[in-house]
Design a binder for this molecule. Structure first.
Ligand code: ZN
Ligand code: FE
Length: 256
């Protein structure tokens, strides 16, 4: 077992790409490279050589750098078995419950379908780090493009079961807009009100709001709280099941 070092690279308009390094074996991965150039720049600045690409899902803003990075470094691409055919250059298929030895660090894989059919998340227990792509965002969740609301809810609750201390390395800086929406759902959630103010202050100072921690997500993210009576009541569905409440919240966000 070994802990990992993480470097956050902002790319495009609001993407986050992450370098992950396991120092014992000098294993260096990149999670969801939207583009090759900013990754090469960050690697070169540190004198690191890329050994792995970890992909959470097939969208172009997560895999756009795959082919160029693989050609340059000869790295191995690890991605979702269920979407093998849509991950450019994939070498190693992983799926729910698998563990992947990333140097001396262990990544546990979860299937998290909903945003896309084959979406996965990587959890490094030792580093307290979750790479969840476009499934869970700070104060939000991904749009349900390819799966059902039930699948997405199930995926989110899987991630919610991880320890409160887990750092949530999601793939986009959407937090401020998510906070505005969340406040329309849970108008009286004081933890959310406080957090929204902190987020506004961070963004006003041009600072990042990611990673967040799972504990605060559980207390403030409406998409993780669809089985809480306060959210069901807030969206006019008292007594409804969590999937129906989640679907209502997600549909409201789509129109927000
Ligand atoms: Zn996506
Ligand atoms: Fe994305």
């Amino acid at each position: 077992m070994s802990t990992i070092e993480i470097v956050q690279i902002p790319t495009r308009r609001d993407n986050y790409v992450y370098l992950v390094r396991e120092p014992n074996q000098n294993t260096v991965g990149v999670v969801d490279p939207s583009d090759a150039a900013p990754v090469i720049e960050a690697l070169t600045a540190r004198g690191w050589t890329l050994t792995h690409i970890l992909n959470t899902h097939h969208h172009g803003d997560h895999t756009g750098g795959n082919v160029e990075l693989k050609a340059k470094y000869g790295c191995k691409i690890v991605g979702p078995r269920a979407d093998h055919d849509r991950i450019p250059g994939i070498d190693i298929d992983v799926g729910d419950g698998d563990t992947y030895a990333f140097g001396d660090a262990i990544a546990k894989v979860f299937d998290t379908p909903g945003h896309t059919h084959g979406h996965i998340a990587f959890w490094f227990e030792e580093g307290d780090a979750l790479f969840c792509g476009d499934t869970l965002f700070a104060l939000g969740c991904g749009r349900v493009f390819e799966g059902t609301f039930g699948q997405m809810w199930n995926s989110l609750t899987k991630l919610r079961d991880l320890p409160d201390s887990t750092k949530v390395y999601c793939a986009h800086e959407y937090t401020q807009a998510n906070a505005r929406f969340a406040l329309t759902v849970e108008t009286g959630n004081q933890a959310l009100i406080d957090r929204a103010a902190e987020i506004d202050a961070l963004r006003a100072a041009n600072k990042r709001t990611v990673p967040s921690r799972l504990g605060i997500e559980k207390a403030t993210n409406p998409f993780l709280r669809a089985d809480d009576a306060s959210v069901a009541n807030a969206v006019g569905l008292p007594g409804a099941g969590p999937v129906d409440v989640f679907a209502e919240v997600r549909m409201r966000k789509d129109k927000f």
